[in-house]
Design a protein around this ligand. Sequence first.
Ligand SMILES: Cc1cc2nc3c(=O)[nH]c(=O)nc-3n(C[C@H](O)[C@H](O)[C@H](O)COP(=O)(O)O)c2cc1C
Length: 325
Amino acid sequence: MKTRITDLFGIEHPIIQGGMHFVGFAELAAAVSNAGGLGIITGLTQKTPELLANEIRRCRAMTDKPFGVNLTFLPVLKAPDYPGYVRAIVDGGVRIVETAGNNPQKWLPGLHEAGVKVIHKCTSVRHSLKAEAIGCDAVSVDGFECGGHPGEDDIPNFILLPRAAEVLKIPFVASGGMADGRSLVAALALGADGMNMGTRFIATKEAPVHEKVKQAIVAASELDTRLVMRSLRNTERVLNNTAVERLLEKERALGTNLKFEDIIEEVAGVYPKIMLDGDMDAGAWSCGMVAGLIHDVPTVQELIDRIMREADTLIRGRLAGMVAI
Ligand SMILES: Cc1cc2nc3c(=O)[nH]c(=O)nc-3n(C[C@H](O)[C@H](O)[C@H](O)COP(=O)(O)O)c2cc1C
């Protein structure tokens, strides 16, 4: 399949693995890139730019295909060493960066000068247009269904994607709720040039996370995610568990008086405990509604091959059959 996204990134299939904290290590990124998609290492999971440089080297040793690095610009007072991370990316020869969170404008000239293509993740049409205006090469349009931070507008992809297609000139991928060949064909029909998946890639053999995380996703239905931190305007879609129920109880009790410190136990520093140790009630962790569509733990190659096969059959079979004379 050839789209503006496969052309832009020099990849075989229009499938991207979005950055995921304590999931997007070199093993997963390399597996996705080797299977013809675009794998992405999560920059901030590496505590220092030196560790990110090392992770990039590890990924390069596992694949000779293009891969990217995610840089998430957090709404925090004490920012991580972003200049250092950008240097590690550029010096490491990475040519694709997925940005997310705050506006990436400040970093674009340096990245572009080094030949890096930037895809910015946006949860609204207005942010997507802004990304285009400041010179991003592509956007990842993240609907309300998505695992992680869906923003505050609550617009699902059935509306968000065609709205983005109406106004954007640069290529974009559909993100949030994507799982299989049906998702890809639907995303293309709604105007996207490919798709980005998070949750689906966690339930794969190569995802370097605890087996219990994969099984929790397989066991979950589309009813099992919750939105937390709404009153802080830092909404996150997470899988329900005892920590999330406690967190939601605090949110109900404190209402608009809720402060980040009140829920620190449920949200701060919990990822390594969950993803690496399999301590499933250690805190709130991002997961998409798409868990309801995930029923197995294939290899990344099997997953991507299956998606492309399904998409082909859908387009040439079911859809073509409906318009045949
Ligand atoms: C466990 C987990 C961690 C994530 N961490 C990040 C992150 O650090 N930075 C980021 O930009 N997006 C992050 N995301 C969002 C994904 O990159 C992607 O946009 C999202 O998962 C798409 O929705 P889906 O899960 O329905 O496929 C995370 C998602 C998950 C499920």
